[in-house]
Design a protein around this ligand. Sequence first.
Ligand code: FES
Length: 103
Amino acid sequence: MSGDLRLGDAGARGRRVVLSVDGKPVTAFEGETVAGVLLAIGHIVSRTSPTRREARGYYCGMGACWDCALVIDGRPNQRACVTPVADGMRVETQSGFGPTRLA
Ligand code: FES
């Protein structure tokens, strides 16, 4: 077993793309959300909370709770459940409020 919970190549899918998750390459398909891909590979913690550093993950799956916020292409607080994957996308687990963009 590969550990990937997605269905095999059966059925119609979008184009195959490769994104990185915490620096590791992951194959996905256009049309999938970042959250769908992360859940399929067992990546269940999207971020840690800002004050208590508690683990957060995917809760509502429809863009309402913000628990799935993580860093995408260097931008913090991006919701994984409503963000479609893209080739070359960089996804990172977020710590607290994420990297600041002050400079
Ligand atoms: S899981 Fe609730 S906003 Fe993404």
